[in-house]
Every structure is written in C-alpha cells, then in structure tokens.
Design a protein around this ligand. Structure first.
Ligand code: VTB
Length: 328
C-alpha cells in the first residue's frame, strides 16, 4: 500500500518499515570503511570514489525499489549514484534516496575532523530534487516558537530574536558559519552583534545538526550558504530530531535556473521549510570517517574495524547511536 505524506500525529503505519533503519546503517558504514583508507592521503577524488563504490555495492543488497534523487551528479558526469539511477534489489518499498557518500572530502583527504558518510531515504517524492547549487540556510533547535528566525530577516534580527526567545543576552548566543570569503559580510555583521562564532572549514550537514543539538554543542544557530544537496540531507535529519530549518536555492544565473527547472523547480525564489525539503516518512544515517565532534571516525583494530553511526527515523523520532565492530 502506498500512502501519501505521513501524518506524524496519526497512527498511520510507516511507509518505510523500521527494519530499514539497520539496512541503511550498513550502507554508510561500508562507505566510511572504504573512505577511511584514504584519510590523510591528500586525494579527495580517490576518497570519494571509494565511498561511492562501497555505498553503491551495499545498496544493491537491500530490498528496496530505490531511486537516487540527490547523488554524485547527472548521469553523464557520474558513473555511479547519479541522479535518477535505480538502486536496490528492485523489490520492496518505493523510496527516494539522497546521498553524500563522503561529506567533507577535503576533511578526509587532510585527516581533519567531521568527515562523514551520509544517506537519507524517504518515501517516493519526499525529497526536494535539489540541483547542485548553493542554498541559503538557516537552522535552530527545537523548542522555539515557529518563525522566530527567518531567512527574510537580517542576520542581526535573527540572532537578537533568538536571544530573546532563549531568554539570554545576545552575547551568549553562538552561531555556526562555514568559513568562506563569500561569508565575509555575514561574519562581520554577526561579530558586530556580540555573539560568538564557530567557524567551520567544511561540512554543513554536521553544522546544522549541531545547531539543533544546542545543549550538547553550545551552538544555537546555523547561518550561511552551502551546497543545496547537503541542505536537503540536513533537513532529513531535522525531520527526525526536531528544530527549524529554512533553505532557499541560489539560482543566480540562467544556467542554474535552467538546471533547476529541469529538476522540477518552478519557483526559483521559494523559501523551503524543513518539511518541504524532506517530507513524509524519512530515515537518515551518518557514519564517521575521521574523528569529529559529531561522530568518531573509523578505527582499525587488530581483529576488527570499529565504526560509529547515528541513524534516525522520522516516524518514531528515534535516534540511535550504533557502534559496530566488523571482523577483519
Ligand atoms: C558546501 C557544504 C558542504 O562543501 O557544499 C561546501 O554544504 C562547498 O562549499 O558541507 P564551497 O564551494 O564554498 O567550497 C561542504 O563543506 C563539504 O562537502
């Protein structure tokens, strides 16, 4: 039976069964183990290719009728996990899949923290088919009134509104931003408000998840632009752990607008909320490649390889941290 978008408040059966939780863990684990051989070797392409290949192989063993909606690129530019590729055993639920086989290829190549392998699975049609362009992103944790921050408000207004809602002075707010020249004005404006900044060199999926786990991380808000595919993956995680996110594609050239149109995006300036980026029944998994603030990296022991994965499910809002030992 194919259900439409799942109403979380009802007792509707899940479209994606809970067994799938462990299946997707196997996929990101395999990718992380493969990519870990390339940690610190300075070869981003090889690290990414290893993750892609492992992910693809593992996906073929799963009982799904899967379709890649966010992957390694268009069919002509990516040999595997390209957009539109059919994956899985060809039986079982019809699902859409978004992957970032190696999020933070540079982090992996330089053996720096927070390189992760990421996958989200949703019921058919549940994930925004985002082209590989930038996206303006804004995210905060759970427990705030809806719309307290907004992409159409200035960064200053957003951090002030957030501080008021949290009941703290603005200088006790911490924001996470990708450290990029394009964010110079944003960083300067945020500094002038007196807040603290956590500047990250890469990896805004983890950055956004951090902003939602404010109690553990001390990060209250994520702001700035990064990859649109990563935005959809982050939204999938937020569907499971709560928080608010908004995203807007940056379609600033005819070519990008054309690409977006071809992917079914009819409103180029649309502001998407979390549930519009990832809707219905959603699963999210990420396995650490390098040690990070979010996940431990792959460890090679004498007789086994250890991985750490977080896997989440929107239907139940369960978050599992799975440490696995794989015999060598
Ligand atoms: C972004 C961000 C990713 O790479 O795509 C970034 O979303 C690339 O940004 O998390 P630049 O073009 O500014 O370098 C990541 O940081 C890692 O894939």
């Amino acid at each position: 039976m194919k259900l439409s978008a799942l109403d979380e408040t009802s007792a509707k059966p899940a479209v994606i069964g809970r067994d799938m939780t462990l299946e997707i863990v196997r996929i990101t684990e395999a990718a992380a183990i493969a990519a870990s051989a390339w940690r610190g070797k300075g070869d981003e392409k090889a690290a990414d290719a290893a993750a892609v290949e492992a992910m693809r192989a593992e996906m073929g063993r799963i009982r799904i009728q899967g379709r890649i909606v966010i992957g390694e690129g268009e069919r002509d530019e990516a040999p595997m996990l390209f957009i539109g590729e059919e994956v899985g055993m060809g039986q079982g639920p019809e699902v859409d899949i978004a992957v970032d086989p190696l999020e933070g290829t540079t982090l992996c190549a330089k053996n720096q923290p927070d390189s992760i392998c990421v996958l989200a699975m949703a019921e058919r049609g549940g994930l925004l088919n985002a082209p590989d362009v930038y996206m303006h992103k804004l995210a905060i944790g759970a427990g705030y009134p809806d719309g307290v921050v907004d992409l159409d408000q200035s960064p200053t207004d957003n951090v002030r509104a957030l501080a008021r809602a949290k009941g703290v002075p603005v200088n006790e707010i911490t924001a996470c931003v990708l450290d990029r020249p394009r964010h110079a004005a944003l960083i300067e404006e945020l500094r002038s408000t007196g807040i603290a900044l956590k500047l990250i060199s890469d990896g805004d999926i983890a950055g956004i998840i951090h902003a939602v786990n404010a109690e553990d991380t001390g990060i209250d808000i994520y702001l700035g632009s990064g990859g649109a595919p990563e935005g959809v993956l982050a939204a999938a995680a937020l569907r499971c752990i709560g928080g608010q996110m908004q995203g807007r594609l940056i379609l600033d050239t005819d070519d990008k607008r054309d690409r977006a149109r071809r992917m079914g995006i009819t409103e180029p300036n649309r502001k998407y909320r979390t549930e519009e980026l990832a809707s219905g029944d959603v699963l999210f998994a990420a396995t650490g490649v390098t040690d990070g603030s979010f996940l431990s990296g792959v460890r090679f022991r004498k007789d086994h390889v250890r991985t750490q994965t977080v896997v989440m499910r929107s239907w139940s809002q369960t978050v599992r941290w799975i440490t696995a030992e794989h015999r060598r």
